[in-house]
Ligand binder design. Structure first.
Ligand code: FE2
Ligand code: FE2
Length: 197
């Protein structure tokens, strides 16, 4: 299904109104521990929290380096570790969602198909954004490792703009995804969607 321009990731502010029907019935504040700790939901939210932690860590080492509290070498070392963790896990997370999780919701909640297509489309936009970020990040690593006098701060300031943009996209996707799927699980239970055990 074609995604309207204003509903695209980076353009929208939260789930489109038409998809908020269940969220209004089950707002975030009402999400109980029984649902949040469900077999599937608990695991799934754990993945989301990992991605939020990695983006937080990357952002804090960027800021430390810009504040002269971290050396270029330490930055590159930690950055590479965080980014490889992000890439490895985000790729497989999206693959699983697109191929195994969304189809289960697709079959049983026709009303929200546009929302599932929207989330799948978000994955493409996130991957384009991460590809660009990796490209610029790799150039930065190369400059630091080939020239010991290289002043990382100028390039890092520019990199931060790209990284902040990616973080915003990811944050908005994770929130909207939870706002669409968790109310559905609250209403029907994990088993209805063939999730959990
Ligand atoms: Fe997703
Ligand atoms: Fe997700």
């Amino acid at each position: 299904m074609k995604i309207k321009k204003g509903d695209q990731l980076g353009e929208r502010n939260g789930l489109p109104k038409d998809l908020q029907e269940l969220l209004e019935k089950f707002p975030r504040e009402s999400w109980g521990e029984d649902v949040l700790n469900g077999n599937w939901v608990g695991y799934w939210l754990g993945r989301h929290s990992l991605f939020r932690k990695i983006t937080f860590s990357i952002n804090s080492i960027i800021e430390k380096t810009l504040d002269n509290k971290m050396s270029s070498e330490d930055f590159i070392h930690q950055y590479s570790q965080h980014m490889s963790l992000m890439l490895k896990n985000l790729d497989s997370h999206h693959l699983v969602e697109d191929n195994y999780i969304f189809p289960r919701f697709y079959d049983k909640s026709q009303k929200f198909i546009y929302g599932l297509d929207l989330l799948e489309n978000d994955h493409h936009l996130i991957h384009n954004s991460i590809d660009n970020m990796i490209f610029v990040g790799n150039k930065l690593i190369k400059s630091v490792s080939s020239n010991s006098n290289y002043d990382i701060k100028d390039s890092l300031g520019k990199y931060k703009i790209i990284s902040d943009n990616f973080n915003e996209l990811l944050k908005s996707h994770l929130n909207d995804e939870e706002d669409l799927l968790i109310p559905l699980v609250i209403q029907h239970g994990e088993k209805y969607f063939g999730l959990g055990h």
